[in-house]
Design a protein around this ligand. Structure first.
Ligand SMILES: CC(C)(COP(=O)(O)OP(=O)(O)OC[C@H]1O[C@@H](n2cnc3c(N)ncnc32)[C@H](O)[C@@H]1OP(=O)(O)O)[C@@H](O)C(=O)NCCC(=O)NCCS
Length: 172
């Protein structure tokens, strides 16, 4: 469990009982618009159950944590560990329910999970690719200590449009 005391939230493992709250927060087109297409929309309780089962499976290689505010699952954050010559890199991904946007929770969560990643794994680099229209996420990464590294031209096709990806990273 990783406390985020400045925003009265914690990062913790998921439990099966999180499915209903998670689905309620996740079922939002403005979240889907900023994530990979494998994130469902609409997002049903069964989608949350399947995600939680994957996230908590004993053989799961990546780290998926629940963003918890007052005992409620309001979002999630993950570190996806890369392989082969990228084995000292991990990709960070996250989303939060719209109800809790703008309180600094996203920034606190990214900062805490990146610190945890460097402390507990042999990582040299943590990165994220933000869709060009997602200014809030770019700001979160900057506030959490990531640097803007590159504009990946026309790298992302989402919702029928192809846009640039903005690569942000922090190194050990
Ligand atoms: C991105 C997301 C996690 C941000 O979480 P959050 O808790 O609201 O973020 P914070 O409150 O820590 O910080 C948000 C920052 O973005 C800024 N911001 C918000 N909307 C903005 C916009 N449209 N343009 C520019 N800046 C914006 C805020 O002002 C704040 O910066 P500030 O502290 O300098 O004022 C949340 O909006 C979300 O879940 N979005 C959908 C999913 C997503 O985008 N995931 C990331 C994919 S890379």
């Amino acid at each position: 469990m990783l406390p985020l005391p400045e925003v009265e939230a914690v990062l913790r493992p998921f439990a099966p009982t999180d499915a209903s709250a998670l689905a309620q927060h996740a079922n939002d087109r403005s979240i889907w618009l900023n994530l990979r297409d494998r994130f469902p929309h609409p997002y049903a309780v069964a989608d949350a159950e399947a995600y939680i089962a994957m996230a908590t499976a004993a053989d799961e290689h990546d780290l998926h944590l629940c963003i918890d505010v007052a005992g409620e699952a309001v979002g999630c954050i993950s570190l996806l560990f890369k392989q082969d010559v990228s084995r000292r890199s991990a990709e960070i991904g996250y989303w939060l329910g719209r109800e809790v946007w703008g309180r600094g929770i996203g920034t606190a969560a990214v900062r805490a999970l990146a610190a945890h990643g460097f402390a507990h794994h042999d990582l040299a680099r943590i990165y994220a690719v933000v869709f060009a229209y997602n200014a809030a996420s770019g700001r979160v990464l900057e506030k959490a200590g990531f640097d803007f590294e590159a504009r990946l031209r026309q790298a992302v096709t989402k919702d029928g449009q192809t846009v640039d990806g903005l690569l942000y990273a922090v190194v050990r």
